[in-house]
Design a protein around this ligand. Sequence first.
Ligand SMILES: [Zn+2]
Length: 170
Amino acid sequence: METAQHILTEADIWTVLESVKDPEIPVLSLIDMGMITHVSCLTSHVSRLSAHITMTPTFVGCPALSVMKKDIYDAVKKMGFDEVEVIIDMETAWTSDRMKPEAKLKLEKFGIAPPAMMEEDMTAELLDRVRCPHCGSTDTTLRSSFGSTLCRAIRFCFTCRQGFEQFKPI
Ligand SMILES: [Zn+2]
């Protein structure tokens, strides 16, 4: 039997997931965040098409997790899959190093200082040299370890005298 339907591939799933945004940072997709660890699609013997998406949450117990799972499910289901399964990856620990470089640029434009790369020789002093997203100065200081979400800290810039949020490196 001929079908006019486009054959869905894993690449199509990746493309659709580009449009699923982090609920806490609407300028970044879950792919920008490096949260999607694996995508696969299968056709069963009864021609049922199923998609499996594996993701690693940024923070364990992040309240946005159920929202993200539902957003992924809805976006992929809409593509025409019979079954969609969103699996939490327990083996891959998310770290801020998984964020793509262009994601960090988007984050800074959005007004949130991106996390520094967690290198092995990273010193406390280097970690504290966070660039202000408003003026670019690194003369900033930590004001509070917790910002509007668990993933963010509040900092203050001495140069432009404005507060800003930083996505914490983890
Ligand atoms: Zn500043």
